[in-house]
Design a protein around this ligand. Structure first.
Ligand code: PLP
Length: 392
């Protein structure tokens, strides 16, 4: 019996463990200190009432013989896929029900999609980045090419037309940087993918944070994208579903490689290895797209965005370079005085009792940068903004 030795090539990621360790050591030494956590990548507001009501109703249905449900359809119930279809239609993107696959979240699908691609593909991953893209390719034994996202390109790298790649990861709004691609920039990626017969894996987990009308929320707003892209979406950050688990992936019918329908291959993969998301959760998810649901989740998103504004205001006043925080829950700042990411972490912890996330944990280009999250209580954010102002 041999293991998949690619797993031995995975680098240990101690980022959040180290953050927790340093924070608890600090509290032990300074018991009076009250830490403010701006390092969280998880939502803090509860589910909205439209979702709770819908899920309660679904639970009651499951308890009645007449309305009980067993296994659901592989791609998700029509009521949820129709809601997703209408959500896209409201932005003039035409998606058919067969192109929508309901899942338990974007992380699983972003990882599992690699099942249907050959190991021989070249892979382009932006740096800094959500670590799942890297680790899942290492597990599959693929070599990764990194795409530098840095201050020079405003953390929005564009294709290098002299290099060929097969699989391209894009995340917009980005985790950790909060940077968002505009139409023209995404068009350049779509054109590149079409020219190179490449596929774009577009992670739109934070699309609901985009309020700027001039920015695309879906890659399918770009002409030609249906021939070269898959989009991964999630209700985790949109509607506080991190603990409920529901997302959806759009695999266009037009997406073909070597004469094979990617949609059909993904259906084959999912119907073999995945038995769907519970009826109760799908009912809750569908309620997100109702008019009450949309208004209620918008309120929560606006709450986080207001938090981000308060932090951004201090950074602007203190003339600290940062991006994000406008169409994203994350603020990505340059550590002052050329501090390393961890030096700034220690400084903020000691001087302001604020916990953030060192940028170096997200990749080579993250060194010297720092991620602050706007997921949190308003009172904590106000407190943190005041403290930040005093120490930077
Ligand atoms: N994609 C990005 C960029 C994320 O930051 C996250 C979670 O933090 C995910 C996907 C995972 O989302 P889900 O909770 O739907 O699995």
């Amino acid at each position: 019996m041999k293991i998949n030795s690619n797993y031995l090539n995975l680098k240990d990621n101690y980022l959040f463990a180290d953050v927790a360790k340093k924070s608890s050591e600090f509290v032990k030494k300074n018991p009076a200190a009250k830490l403010i956590n701006l390092g969280i990548g998880d939502v803090t507001l509860p589910l909205c009432t439209a979702v709770v009501d819908s899920m309660q109703q679904a639970v009651l249905e499951m308890g009645q013989k007449e309305t009980f449900k067993g296994y659901g359809p592989y791609q998700g119930y029509d009521f949820l896929r129709s809601a997703v279809k209408n959500y896209y239609a409201s932005r003039n993107v035409d998606i058919s029900l067969d192109e929508i696959f309901v899942s338990d979240g974007a992380k699983s699908d972003v990882a599992n999609i690699l099942d249907i691609f050959s190991k021989d593909n070249s892979v382009l991953v932006p740096d800094p980045v959500y670590p799942v893209y890297v680790d899942t390719n290492v597990m599959a034994g693929r070599e990764i090419q990194y795409l530098n996202a840095n201050e020079e390109n405003d953390f929005l790298p564009l294709p290098n037309r002299s290099i060929h790649e097969d699989i391209i990861y894009l995340c917009s709004p980005n985790n950790p940087t909060g940077a968002v691609y505009n139409y023209d920039q995404l068009k350049q990626w779509v054109d590149y993918a079409l020219e190179n017969d490449a596929i774009i894996l577009f992670d739109a987990a934070y699309e609901a944070f985009i309020s700027d009308e001039d920015l695309p929320r879906s890659i399918f707003e770009i002409e030609g994208a249906k021939k070269c892209a898959i989009e991964f979406c999630s209700l985790s950050k949109t509607a506080g579903f991190t603990g409920v688990r529901c997302g959806y992936t759009i695999v266009p019918a037009e997406l073909n490689f070597e004469g094979n329908s990617i949609n059909k291959l993904w259906f084959r993969r999912q119907s073999t290895k995945f038995n769907g998301v519970s009826y109760i959760v799908q009912k809750g998810a569908a309620a997100v797209f109702s008019s009450d649901g949309m208004n209620q989740v918008k309120e929560s998103i606006n709450y986080y965005k207001e938090n981000a504004k308060l932090i951004a205001k201090v950074l602007t006043e203190r003339k600290i370079y940062f991006i994000g925080g406008k169409n994203s829950p994350y603020i990505w700042l340059k550590c002052p005085n050329r501090m390393t990411s961890w030096a700034f972490f220690d400084f903020l912890l000691k001087e302001a009792n604020i916990v953030g996330t060192p940028g170096s944990g997200f990749g080579y280009n993250g060194e010297g940068f720092f991620r602050l999250s706007s997921f949190g209580e308003r009172s904590d954010i106000l407190n943190a903004a005041n403290k930040l102002k005093n120490v930077i």
